[in-house]
Design a binder for this molecule. Structure first.
Ligand code: GDP
Ligand code: MG
Length: 439
C-alpha cells in the first residue's frame, strides 16, 4: 500500500553515506533486467550499465532515499540524457520556402498514417502541407493516403502507380509551388525487410530532390529489429529525425532508447494510436520512466525529492537551531508542504511525530493564498522578526491583505506552532544529532 511505501522512504530519513560498489551492483542487476525486458538491445544495455556504474559509485545518497532508490534515480537521469535531454521539433523552413520531408521505413511501420498525422499538426500551426503518394507498388497505398489526407483536409498529390517515385516527387514540388503549399511530405514505399530496391529508390529521391529532412518511422513493437533497421537507414540514406509508432500498445518502448543510442538522431514524435490525432511530442523523461518500467519507485523518488530538498532543509535546520525561523521561511515551508500532498498521512508515519500534527495546522490551497497575502503585507523587518508584531502592526497587515485581524492572529499562532513542531522533528530536516557527512 501507499503507506507501506512511504514508511519505507521515511525509514531512510537519515543519511546513508555514499553508494558502495555493492549497492550499485545490486540495484543495477534489477535495472538491467528491466531494460532487457523493455527490449533495449543488449549492447546498449551493457554500455549503459557501465556508464551508470561509473557515475554512481561514491555518490552521496540523498537523505530520503535508500541506496537502491538512489541508484534508480541516477539511472533515470542517465536514461533521460541518453534520449536527448530536450524535445526536438521538425525542422521547418520559413513560410515562403518549401520544406520537403521524406518519410521512410519498413512496410507497416506507420508511414502513411504518420504522414497524415503530421499534416494535421502542420495545418493547425498555419502551414500549407501537400502530401505526396510515392508508394507506387500498391494501388491501395495511394488510396489510403488520399483518404487520410481528406480526413485532415489536406491536399494529396498522386500520379497513380506508373511513375518512378523520384518523378512524382519532382512533379509534386512543382505543384506545391503553383498552389502555395509550403510543406511537401513524401510518403514512400516500405518493404517487409530492408532491401536494395527500397534503398536505391530512396537514394534516388534524396540525390535528385532538395530534401529538407528525412524522417524514419519505426514500429515500437518490433523491438530490437527496429535498431537494425534504423542503423541501415542511417548508414545508407541518412536519418535526420525518428518517429516511433504504436507506443499505445503494451510495449515498454526500449526500441526508442536503442535507436537513439545507436544512431544519435533525435526522436521527433511518438505515435499513440490509429486515430489521426494520436501523434504526440516526444518527452525524453517520460520515455525514460516508461522504459525503466519502475513507475512506483520513480514516483516515490519524486515525492521524496519534493518533500525534502536537501539544501533548503540544511539551511532551515540551521535557522531553526539559531531560532531564526521567520515568516519568509514559513512561506517556503508551506510551499513544500503543498508539494508533498497528503502531508498528514506522511507525517504520521514519522516515528515520534504521530499525533503532533493536527489537520487545522495545515492550510488548504485557498488558505495558503491568504497566508501568502498576509505575509506579503508584512514589512521585511516584520517577516524577519515576528516578535515585533504588536496589535497595531497586525491591524495594518490585516488591512493590507484584505483579511480580518483574527486571521492575522491565527497565522501568528500557527507560525509559533510550526516553529515548535519543527524543533521536535529530528530526522525531518536533516537531523539534529546526526554526524555531518563530508562535503
Ligand atoms: P506504412 O506501411 O508504413 O505506411 O504503415 P501504415 O501507415 O499503413 O500503418 C500500418 C498500420 O499501423 C495501420 O493499421 C495503422 O493504423 C497502424 N498504426 C500506425 N501508427 C499507429 C500507432 O501509433 N498506433 C497504433 N495502434 N497503430 C498505428
Ligand atoms: Mg504506406
Amino acid at each position: 500500500s501507499l503507506s507501506d511505501k512511504l514508511q519505507n522512504i521515511f525509514k531512510g530519513l537519515r543519511g546513508k553515506g555514499r553508494l558502495t560498489e555493492d549497492d550499485v551492483k545490486a540495484a543495477l542487476k534489477e535495472v538491467k533486467m528491466a531494460l532487457l525486458e523493455a527490449d533495449v538491445s543488449f549492447k546498449v544495455v551493457k554500455q549503459f550499465i557501465k556508464t551508470v556504474t561509473e557515475r554512481a559509485i561514491g555518490q552521496d545518497v540523498l537523505n530520503s532515499l535508500t541506496p537502491g532508490q538512489m541508484v534508480i534515480k541516477i539511472v533515470n537521469e542517465e536514461l533521460t540524457n541518453l534520449m536527448g535531454s530536450e524535445t526536438t521539433k521538425l525542422k521547418l523552413l520559413p513560410d515562403n520556402e518549401i520544406t520537403v520531408i521524406m518519410m521512410m521505413g519498413l512496410q507497416g511501420a506507420g508511414k502513411t498514417t504518420t504522414t497524415a498525422k503530421i499534416a494535421g499538426k502542420l495545418k493547425g500551426s498555419g502551414k500549407k502541407p501537400l502530401l505526396v503518394a510515392c508508394d507506387v507498388y500498391r494501388p491501395a497505398a495511394v488510396e489510403q493516403l488520399q483518404i487520410n489526407g481528406d480526413k485532415q483536409g489536406v491536399p494529396v498529390f498522386a500520379m497513380g502507380t506508373n511513375h518512378k517515385p523520384v518523378d512524382i516527387a519532382r512533379a509534386a514540388i512543382e505543384h506545391a509551388k503553383k498552389n502555395n503549399n509550403n510543406v511537401v511530405i513524401l510518403d514512400t514505399a516500405g518493404r517487409l525487410h530492408v532491401d536494395e530496391d527500397m534503398m536505391n529508390e530512396l537514394i534516388e529521391i534524396r540525390d535528385n530532390i532538395d530534401i529538407t529532412q528525412t524522417v524514419l518511422v519505426v514500429d515500437a513493437m518490433t523491438g530490437q529489429d527496429a535498431v537494425n533497421v534504423a542503423t541501415q537507414f542511417n548508414e545508407k540514406i541518412g536519418i535526420d529525425g525518428i518517429i516511433i509508432t504504436k507506443l499505445d500498445g503494451d510495449t515498454r518502448g526500449g526500441a526508442a532508447l536503442s535507436i537513439k543510442a545507436v544512431t544519435g538522431k533525435p526522436i521527433l514524435y511518438v505515435g499513440m494510436g490509429e486515430k489521426l490525432s494520436d501523434l504526440e511530442q516526444f518527452y525524453p523523461d517520460r520515455m525514460a520512466s516508461r522504459i525503466l518500467g519502475m513507475g512506483d519507485v520513480l514516483s516515490l523518488i519524486e515525492k521524496a525529492e519534493q518533500a525534502i530538498d536537501q539544501e533548503k532543509a540544511k539551511d532551515m535546520e540551521q535557522r531553526l537551531r539559531k531560532a531564526q525561523f521567520t515568516f519568509d521561511d514559513y512561506l517556503e515551508y508551506m510551499g513544500q508542504i503543498k508539494n508533498m500532498g497528503g502531508l498528514s498521512e506522511m507525517l504520521s508515519l514519522i516515528p515520534g511525530l504521530g499525533g503532533q500534527i493536527k489537520e487545522d495546522m495545515l492550510p488548504d490551497d485557498k488558505q495558503l493564498g491568504r497566508i501568502e497575502a498576509i505575509i506579503y503585507s508584512m514589512t521585511k523587518e516584520e517577516r524577519g522578526n515576528p516578535d515585533i508584531l504588536n496589535p497595531s502592526r497586525k491591524q495594518r497587515i490585516a488591512k493590507g491583505a484584505g483579511v480580518d485581524i483574527s486571521e492575522v492572529n491565527k497565522l501568528v499562532k500557527q507560525f509559533d506552532q510550526a516553529k515548535k513542531m519543527m524543533k521536535n522533528m529530528p530526522g525531518m530536516m536533516g537531523g539534529g544529532k546526526k554526524k555531518r557527512r563530508g562535503g
